[in-house]
Design a protein around this ligand. Structure first.
Ligand code: ZN
Length: 214
């Protein structure tokens, strides 16, 4: 009964608030169709060995649909979640809508603004606030926790902190702008690769097939 009630609340929350709603088949290298017009999305090159994307970032001004502040990676529950870049854990919490979540602060991007990444709906988190993490480090496991969780996946967000003292100066941005290999070029984490630490750039927050992350 509780599961059914949660499913209904999740559906209603998704309809009215936006959020993670589209279900697709688990797999690799696929991106779900987007109803957004081409001016609203960054083209994505997803490696064939990267877990599929079920829902893209939708900015607030995208008409006709609720906003979606990050993108969804289709991974089964208990998939390792990896830090997208070197950083520090600024928050670990259980929220009603987003379930178990972790927020990491990283260094600055090329424009000099601090970048923050957020990981939602996790089944378990294994880092503590204040802890330093390195790119590719295991920070927990994916899941479907929180009312907007719906089905097992990782919801991933990127925020830019325009002024660290003013909460309202934090804004969400399309994560596709920040990959190590460039805009729209999803970059898998690979422990054998040397990543440059600055300016901040991101790698995929879940392991890609056949690539070492440990
Ligand atoms: Zn989502």
């Amino acid at each position: 009964m509780l599961t059914m009630r949660n499913a209904i609340i999740s559906l209603l929350a998704t309809l009215f608030i936006g959020g993670c709603s589209v279900y697709e088949k688990y797999g690799y290298g696929r991106i779900a169709n987007s109803k957004l017009d081409s001016t609203q999305v960054t083209p994505i090159e997803l490696p064939i060995y990267a877990p599929s994307i079920s829902q893209r970032y939708r900015p607030q001004y995208a008409s006709g649909q609720g906003e979606h502040k990050g993108f969804d990676i289709l991974v089964p529950s208990r998939t390792p979640v990896l830090a997208a870049s070197n950083g520090e854990v600024v928050r670990v919490e259980l929220s009603i809508l987003y379930g178990n979540q972790v927020m990491l602060n990283h260094g600055s991007n090329a424009a000099g603004f601090r970048i923050q990444t957020r990981y939602f709906h996790m089944s378990e988190t294994i880092v503590a606030e204040g802890e330093k993490v390195r790119r590719g480090q295991l920070i927990g496991y994916s899941g479907a926790t929180g009312l907007l969780g719906g089905y097992p996946h990782l919801h991933f967000e990127v925020h830019q902190l325009n002024d660290e003292n003013i909460p309202a100066a934090i804004r969400d941005l399309d994560p596709q702008l920040f990959w190590v290999d460039g805009k729209g070029k999803v970059t898998c984490y690979d422990s054998a690769r040397n990543f440059t630490p600055a300016p901040v750039s991101l790698s995929y927050p879940v392991p890609c097939r056949d690539l070492d992350w440990q």
